[in-house]
Each structure stands twice: as C-alpha cells, then as structure tokens.
Design a protein around this ligand. Sequence first.
Ligand code: HEM
Length: 151
Amino acid sequence: MQKLIWFLGIDETIRRHAAAVWPVVESISERLLNEFYSDVSQCEAVAALEPEIVERLKKNQLKHWKALLTSDFSEDYFKRASLIGIMHREVDLDPKWFIAGYFRLTQEIVRSVLALPLPLDERYEMMHAFSKCIALDMALAVSSYSSWLVD
Ligand code: HEM
C-alpha cells in the first residue's frame, strides 16, 4: 500500500490539502447522499434497498469519505476501502455502477470546492489532493472486485 501512496505522489502537503476538502464534503453530504441513493434506488443496479439499509449506507459512506480525507491512510482506512469492493461484489453490484456512482459523487464535490471563496491556487491544491485520494480509493475498491472477477 505504501508503494501505491508513493506512486500517486501522496505526501504531507497532499494530505493537508485533502483534509481541507472534508468540511466541504460534510457540508453538502445530506443533499449529496439523499439524491444519490434516491437515484440509485431507481436504476436497479442492486436489488431493492430497504429504507433502513439506505440510512446505514449514507452514514457509512460519509464515515468513509472522512477516513479517506483525514485519517492519514491508517490501517483501518485501507481495510475499509477493500471491504467496500468486497461488500459491493457480495450484493452483485457491477463495477460500472460503482465507478459511475463514484464519479457522480465526486463531480458534486468538485463543484462545491471550486465554488469556495478562496484564491484559485488554494482551490487548485485542494482539487489536486482530492483527485489523488479518489484515485487511491477507487484503485483499492476495484482491486478487491478484480480478485472476484478472476475467481
Ligand atoms: C450505484 C452505485 C452504488 C450502489 C448501488 C451501492 C450499493 C451498495 C450496497 C447495496 C451495499 C451493501 C449494503 C448492505 O447490505 O450492507 C453497499 C455498501 C457500501 N457502499 Fe455502496 N453502492 C454504490 C456506490 C458506492 C460508492 C461510490 C461509494 C463511495 C465510496 C460506496 C460506499 C459504500 C460503503 C462505505 C459501503 C459499506 C457500508 C457498510 O459498512 O454497511 N458505494 N453499497
């Protein structure tokens, strides 16, 4: 995992800028996740989701974003990121839905970061750090999917 972090160029500066993105995600999370799971339940990507499952997914997905952006890539974060791929594969979620879903969420986050009343270079640094984090996160989730694809 450390090699992947090195390969993506995730260093102290990147971690600091990534942490600055977390309050943005938190501030839009309610609308973001409500709209996301409302549309997810209409596209038949997985079997019907009970309302209590949706509530748990919203809570756990938000916890995951927090860990990704602020936990300094702890052992716990790595376990959770791989577990997400495993859980999705257990519910038969085709990776195309995971990837499309991920991009949909990140586009909203990008829009909110770009709208911050901050100098352009600060917003650039935040976006730069954010893109590295999501590359890492998707790589880990898709990697646990792919071990299933070759099973
Ligand atoms: C269309 C796309 C997606 C669908 C249909 C979907 C659906 C699901 C389902 C059905 C589960 C298992 C729920 C359970 O029974 O416990 C799950 C787990 C999970 N998903 Fe997704 N998911 C999608 C995309 C994403 C994305 C983009 C993320 C963000 C990283 C994400 C984060 C999670 C997390 C954190 C869990 C584990 C929840 C737990 O710990 O209970 N999902 N997802």
